[in-house]
Design a protein around this ligand. Structure first.
Ligand code: CO
Length: 179
């Protein structure tokens, strides 16, 4: 297994529409395992393949609470087939460092997908898992949190992201000088 590099906004690849996975072979299983390792190390609760530069409809997520066992979910070629209600939750994104924004989404979603064995599966999700799945499926369609914000909030958030990245670079530079 290996840690993968997570690409960050404004990398244009985040805007790509990802392609369905045609064959679930050793390469895909390896990618899914590496994505899970990368997500846990970040740490994050969800990761879409495009965030590691692979434009494939493949997602990993794990929303288990602290103290609970890990519940890794690998979702291939997901399709939202049912929605219900509305919820607003503060979301972050591993490709948008330093950004936490309230986003409106469906409160519950039913999702059809393939698992790593190529079996057709269905999950009815609510709460954090429903939000996480919708966030990651957005990535597969080239969307990020910014696209769910008003234009004013979006401008402010983009500025905050730029400031965060500049401060991180300055910190890294001074750490190098002191090393
Ligand atoms: Co994200």
């Amino acid at each position: 297994m290996a840690l993968l590099e997570i690409i960050e906004y404004p990398d244009k690849r985040l805007r790509l529409a990802s392609k369905p996975v045609e064959t679930i072979d050793a390469r895909i299983r390896r990618l899914a395992a590496d994505m899970a390792e990368t997500m846990y190390a970040a740490p994050g609760i969800g990761l879409a393949a495009i965030q590691v530069g692979e434009p494939l409809r493949l997602i990993v997520c794990d929303v288990h609470a602290e103290g609970e066992d890990a519940k890794l979910l690998t979702v291939i070629n997901p399709e939202i087939v049912a929605t219900e209600g509305e919820v607003a939750m503060e979301e972050g994104c591993l490709s948008l460092p330093g950004i936490f924004e309230e986003v409106r989404r469906f409160a519950k979603v039913g999702v059809d997908y393939l698992d790593l064995d190529g079996e057709r599966r269905h999950i009815d999700a609510e709460g954090l898992l429903a939000v996480c799945l919708q966030h990651e499926i957005d990535h597969l369609d080239g969307k990020v949190i910014f696209d769910r914000l008003s234009s004013l909030k979006r401008k402010l958030a983009v500025r905050r992201l730029e400031r965060f990245k500049a401060e991180r670079e300055a910190k890294e530079a001074s750490a190098q000088k002191n090393a």
